[in-house]
Design a protein around this ligand. Structure first.
Ligand code: SAH
Length: 325
């Protein structure tokens, strides 16, 4: 039994069944605090870890909007859940080349990942919560951040809970599941409120669906494989698909503007990732094959291109980032 499972069983004994939200929150807090989950040796791989082109496209899109908004000197680069800091380093290289001199603010709760980010993003400043970001124009990125925030599940109008039964953890009810995520709504509201008041643009990328729909999307991944969600609490990555309709609603409720939701592959191609791959291949002929494979991984419909979606949230006074129209 994992240390967290022992603690959760004690908690359920003392307090009664716990919500899926409380379970997911406890599992991910423990999981991220105790390891670097990324890469071949870890549990999963993300787009910025696949290719530098991913962060470069994002840096290009944000740098371009910043210039078009008059290049405000007080704008900051901000990222939610930056992982190893790879995306930030790739995006900032492009933004610095475009003249951006702003500060770098990273929202990260994991001490293990913060330590890695200090190497990849030496000029960063760290925060525990989005609400601690300075009130300035934001150029913000969140890649595979929202999927890790806890969701609630309801079956037939009743909140689904985790109980101890038959010697293990199980759900207290099954049936058609409706998912909501107050934690994600709150995160988006917080970003959108700052964008509406101070200006800026945020790019949010994750796997999920464009329209709210019923369905149980809670999943666990360990060693690059799907595993049962209630097994080995705290030792596997728990995520749920992102409801982009809910994201857009939370952002507009808080006074920000939103773009349409676009599939990742289509968005990267509109931003010119193909030309970037070709330029890199010309400069590094020995990597041409690799570049073709990573390009396919990020963009093709049967890999990350279609399941992953992108939305931009922006100040009504700023132009929408490129690639969404
Ligand atoms: N964006 C990175 C990493 C994605 S993994 C990439 O694309 O590679 C999720 C990231 O979110 C990790 O950095 C994790 O530590 C962080 N995280 C998870 N829950 C968080 C929370 N509640 N607050 C801040 N960061 C969180």
């Amino acid at each position: 039994m994992t240390p967290l499972e022992r603690a959760l069983r004690d908690r359920i004994k003392a307090e009664g069944p716990i919500s899926v939200e409380a379970f997911m929150n406890a599992c991910n807090e423990y999981y991220y605090a105790t390891r670097d989950p990324l890469g071949a040796q870890g549990d999963f791989t993300t787009a910025p870890e696949i290719s530098q082109m991913f962060g470069e496209m994002i840096g290009g899109a944000l740098g371009d909007r910043w210039k078009r908004a008059g290049a405000p000197a007080d704008a900051i680069y901000a990222e939610l859940g930056p992982g190893r800091g790879t995306l930030a380093a790739d995006a900032l290289r492009i933004m610095r080349a475009a003249g951006f001199r702003g500060e770098v603010h990273l929202v990260e709760t994991s001490p293990v990942l913060r330590k890695m980010q200090r190497k990849t993003v030496p000029d960063g400043q760290w925060h525990d919560s989005i609400d601690d970001l300075p009130a300035r124009p934001l150029l913000l990125v969140a890649n595979e951040f929202l999927d890790a925030l806890p969701i609630r599940q309801h079956v037939g109008g009743v909140e689904r809970r985790v109980v101890v039964s038959g010697g293990g953890l199980t759900f207290d009810r099954d049936g058609e599941v409706l998912e909501t995520s107050p934690a994600r709504d709150e995160a988006i509201r917080s970003v959108a409120t700052c964008l509406a008041a101070k200006g800026g643009a945020a790019i949010v990328i994750d796997y999920g669906h464009e329209r709210s729909a019923p369905g149980d999307t809670l999943q666990a991944v360990r060693g690059h494989r799907f595993v049962p969600v209630l097994a080995d609490p705290g030792e596997q990555d728990l995520t749920a698909h992102v409801d982009f309709q809910a994201v857009a609603e939370a952002a507009t409720d808080a006074g920000a503007a939103v773009t349409p939701v676009v599939a990742q592959g289509e968005w990267l191609i509109r931003l010119g990732i193909e030309a970037r791959a070709q330029a890199l291949a010309r400069a590094n002929p020995e990597r041409a094959n690799d570049l073709q494979i990573t390009f396919e991984r990020l963009t093709s419909r049967d890999q990350m291109g279609q399941l992953f979606k992108v939305i931009a949230i922006h100040s009504p006074d700023w132009p929408a980032p490129a690639g969404f129209a």
